[in-house]
Design a protein around this ligand. Structure first.
Ligand code: ATP
Ligand code: MG
Length: 429
């Protein structure tokens, strides 16, 4: 019978990879906590309408990429393609936005029917951060400062750079859009096919085009910064000033737009040259209109999401994974002979009681002969052996890898009373 395979673009994360995922997630969690963010967990399925109303009907995500289906009741549901809309829905539904500020984060899978390639999958993971109720540029700056700290802690800071822009108010964007459309219509023959289509549906996305000929045409296009309203200009200036004072370098890119309609004022992306075409590892911005658009009271919001797979690809390709990030046992306990298995379990529990993060592997299954072989082959730093003699003596044999490196056949081996084991072993751990 043919074996069943995973769905294209949806990856298993295998045991040898999970320590790196945990390391990344733990580091992010610690940094977020240090900026006083609280975790929120949302379902991965939502009503389709939520995404249509927030991301926008004429965006790539809603037009082409969503996993949408009818459930058994005939309701249209969608596997979430991103987290911001879900987070707004949840916060609003539970009254978290009324007369208060919120600093929230979440982590989990998102789903988009895109063409799978390196750094681009159909199920991928994001860590998202959202702040509600704070209108000023101070919080925009703090979010960016926080991401910079995270890159520093992960050893990635030298390999990412910050692109930033202001998209102004809806009104300012509308005026700019008209100017841009007029200019692009006059140059329509030089545009790539995608951009011709976007010119009609979502003209600002043309700025984002990867086509060189379109980018050449855009060199002569009206510049967004000339169309910014005064309030957005002041907001942006204070943000940039705060980044300057905080020692964060950036490049203002007036062609930076996002693929989701709800952004206004600040938008930013952290990009890298180390991942080929999939170079954006973290992206976000301000969405002051979104809560109202989803039926709530007008509430300012700003946030970002980072792509976990892309960050892990970076950690791997730049060799930034600390050596201690692994699942290797610290201690291997092998018992050989009648009644020794139970003693092995007892010793293992003594170690686990004492050393909180210790990794103890007990040998289960297999014949005595097979167990003796395992002792010889073990690469675990400390092996404890309990045979029938040791059981009688209330002792264990400690065998370490220490002198293996000197080419000696015999690893160090000492017999110690179980009562002394903790003291002895502490020296080796
Ligand atoms: P891109 O320009 O790469 O398509 P995007 O603008 O669609 O990204 P966002 O919706 O802003 O991305 O998502 C935030 C981050 O999530 C991205 O910067 C990226 O790191 C990650 N991401 C987005 N789509 C995918 C995907 N299909 N596979 C893996 N990671 C993704
Ligand atoms: Mg995309």
């Amino acid at each position: 019978m043919a074996k069943i395979q995973a769905i294209r673009g949806m990856n298993d994360i295998l045991p040898e990879q999970t320590p790196v995922w945990q390391y990344l997630e733990d580091t992010v969690r610690r940094v977020l906590q240090s900026y006083s963010y609280n975790e929120i967990r949302m379902p991965i399925l939502e009503q389709t309408e939520l995404f249509k109303r927030s991301i926008g009907e004429v965006t790539d995500i809603v037009e082409k990429e969503m996993y949408t289906f009818e459930d058994r009741n005939g309701d249209s549901l969608t596997l979430r393609p991103e987290g911001t809309a879900c987070c707004v829905r949840a916060a609003e539904q539970h009254g978290l936005l009324f007369n208060q500020t919120q600093k929230l984060w979440y982590c989990g899978p998102m789903f988009r029917h895109e063409r799978p390639q390196k750094g681009r999958y159909r199920q991928f993971n994001q860590i998202g951060v959202e702040c509600f109720g704070i209108p000023g540029p101070d919080i925009d700056a703090e979010l960016i400062i926080m991401t910079a700290r995270l890159w520093k802690e992960l050893g990635l800071l030298a390999n990412v750079s910050l692109q930033i822009n202001s998209l102004g108010t809806t009104a300012a964007r509308a005026v700019y859009r008209d100017a841009l459309v007029e200019y692009l219509r006059a140059n329509i023959d030089a545009l790539d096919e995608d951009s011709k289509r976007r010119l009609e549906s979502n003209p600002l996305r043309v700025l984002d085009s990867k086509s060189q000929s379109t980018q050449d045409i855009l060199d002569g296009a009206p510049d967004f910064s000339d169309y910014l309203d005064d309030e957005s200009k002041a907001h942006f200036a204070t943000l940039l000033e705060t980044l300057d004072q905080s020692g964060i370098s950036y490049e203002v890119n007036s062609r930076l737009v996002r693929g989701l309609d709800y952004y206004g004022k600040t938008v930013f992306e952290w990009v890298t040259n180390d991942l080929g075409a999939q170079g954006t590892v973290c992206a976000g911005g301000r969405y002051d209109g979104l809560v109202e658009q989803l039926g709530g009271k007008a509430t300012p919001g700003v946030g970002f999401a980072m792509g976990v797979e892309r960050l892990i690809l970076m950690l791997e390709s730049l060799d930034k994974i600390p050596a201690e990030v692994n699942n290797n046992p610290d201690v291997f306990i092998v018992s050989v002979g009648e009644g020794t298995q139970i003693e092995a379990f007892k010793v293992a529990e003594i170690l686990r009681n004492q050393f909180l993060s210790i990794n103890v592997q007990t040998h289960c299954g297999g014949s005595n002969k097979n167990r003796l072989k395992k002792i010889d082959k073990s690469n675990v730093p400390i092996t404890l052996i309990i045979g029938e003699n040791e059981l009688k003596n209330k002792s264990v044999i400690i065998k370490t890898l220490q002198d293996k490196s000197e080419g000696s056949q015999n690893k160090q081996q000492v017999e110690v009373p179980v009562a002394d084991l903790l003291n002895k072993i502490e020296a080796y751990l």
